[in-house]
Design a protein around this ligand. Structure first.
Ligand code: ZN
Length: 85
């Protein structure tokens, strides 16, 4: 194999790896824990960015986030009362 062909192969692999990473990022959905952390602001900078990017692309995770937001809003007054009394 000539060095020229080797460079082409390495380049093709790099492109493939990059595409695979993008595809994988789209396929792997957010966990409930991720959404929970996202809502309660417990995420690190990197995870937060990843979650935001996924939510922009993925309607089903956005829907789950909306549902969880509703639940948290329902739960919050209870917690507040318990803390108060
Ligand atoms: Zn998703």
């Amino acid at each position: 194999m000539s060095s020229g062909a080797l460079i082409v192969v390495v380049f093709a692999l790099a492109v493939f790896w990059f595409m695979w990473r993008q595809i994988k990022g789209n396929l792997v959905h957010l966990e409930d824990d991720d959404l929970d952390d996202f809502l309660s602001n417990r995420m690190g900078e990197k995870a937060l960015k990843r979650t935001r990017e996924h939510l922009l692309r993925c309607a089903s995770c956005k829907l789950r986030l909306d549902e969880m937001t509703k639940k948290t809003q329902k739960v919050k007054p209870d917690r507040w009362l318990k803390r108060r009394f």
